[in-house]
Design a protein around this ligand. Structure first.
Ligand code: ATP
Length: 355
């Protein structure tokens, strides 16, 4: 039953020059400018302490910025108190009332808004149906599993139909299997509702699976904003490259040239220098058995092989440099340690960037 949901209005979010300091020394946000589109699944991604939660709390109105402005759905809400914002939050801890039933938990917000009982009842049935909780509504929260509780927390945040839903690591307390199942569910719900979701995580895989776009944060500043593929395949700096995945990152001794690959043998493994860097994602490399002459081919020796079922990871020695390569296993010869192989590099897969 999706009555009344199709016409839900989503809101865009514009943040400008947001600064937040805690005490004298901690700069949590150091000038954040960010535009989130209406109906977007947008993720704030970054290591612990980078400012993700602070940014989310500012959106929720739970924290006041020292400077900057926040516009949601065309309205400046920088000074608007939390309960007057059409923004709802799902936290990592479920924050449900343990002594109440699922139905009472779901209806709580509606009751606070003065919605009559009959209408509340219908609304709860509707959302429970929508998020496939039908059988659970009359149970007590303390009879539910972690995954079920997290779904109820999500349903409770959705039931008031906010223009924006904020999610602070809502899946991080769940085990891997349940987590990936709920990732898919959450994504489906978001697409069906067309609501703007701002999702916080420090998990790169989760961010890439879920998001329309990702903002990578570090030290209170935004490093890059882009679609998952852009951020992973075309990182704008060394921080994003390292944070998003296994990498081959080299300092380039010569200036970038069209013949980067012939120069590969002269590269030194990443060091503290702040020259130009070359990034080669391990999965973009192709391995051929033996020494094969050819353009963009490098001869290497297998130094290490990690078989991982779906794929295998290799550490390859090329002169004094090591190179990581990831290949899928299907129907492929997997070279042994000590074997000579040829690494085929596609020039378009090389990314040059700065520290
Ligand atoms: P995590 O993934 O660990 O939750 P985060 O990216 O969400 O990290 P924030 O919680 O936004 O990071 O914190 C940013 C910085 O601000 C950190 O250095 C943190 O210690 C500090 N900070 C956050 N809240 C407070 C507070 N209430 N008082 C003092 N310092 C704070």
């Amino acid at each position: 039953n999706e009555r009344g949901r199709a016409n839900h209005k989503a809101s865009s979010i514009e943040m400008q020059g947001l600064h937040k300091r805690f005490g004298r020394d901690t700069v949590a946000l150091d000038g954040v400018d960010l535009d989130i589109r209406a109906g977007e699944f947008f993720t704030l991604l970054g290591p612990s302490g980078c400012g993700k939660t602070t940014l989310l709390r500012i959106l929720a109105g739970l924290e006041e910025p020292d400077a900057g402005s926040l516009v949601v759905g065309g309205k400046n809400i920088t000074e608007t108190p939390p309960h007057q914002r059409s923004v709802n939050t799902v936290f990592q801890s479920y924050a449900l009332f343990p002594h109440l039933s699922v139905r009472e938990n779901l209806a709580f917000g509606l009751k606070m808004r003065g919605m009559p009982a009959a209408e509340r009842h219908t609304k709860v049935d509707e959302i429970a149906d929508f998020i496939k909780l039908g059988d659970l509504v009359d149970r007590h929260v303390d009879q539910l599993s972690g995954g079920q509780r997290q779904r109820i927390a999500l349903a409770r945040a959705l039931i008031c139909e906010p223009d924006v839903l904020l999610l602070d690591e809502p899946l991080s307390a769940l085990d891997a299997g349940l987590r990936s199942q709920l990732q898919v569910e959450l994504l489906r719900v978001q697409k069906r509702l067309g609501m703007t979701f701002v999702f916080v995580t420090h998990d790169q895989q989760e961010a890439m699976v879920m998001s329309d776009r990702i903002a990578v944060l570090n030290g209170g500043t935004i490093q890059q904003v882009g679609a998952p593929r852009e951020v992973y395949e075309r990182p704008v700096n060394a921080f994003v490259a390292r944070f998003m995945g296994h990498d081959n990152l080299y300092t380039i001794s010569a200036r970038k040239s069209d013949r980067l690959i012939t120069a590969l043998g002269e590269l030194t493994a990443e060091d503290a220098g702040n020259g130009e860097l070359l990034l080669i994602r391990p999965e973009t490399l192709d391995l051929l058995p033996g020494a094969v002459e050819g353009p963009n081919h490098l001869t290497a020796t297998v130094a290490e092989r990690l078989y991982r079922g779906s794929h295998a990871e290799f550490r390859l020695a090329i002169g004094n440099t090591t190179l990581q390569a990831t290949v899928n296993n299907r129907g492929r010869h997997l070279p042994e340690v000590g074997e000579t192989v040829t690494v085929a590099v596609a020039p378009e897969d090389l990314v040059t960037l700065h520290e």
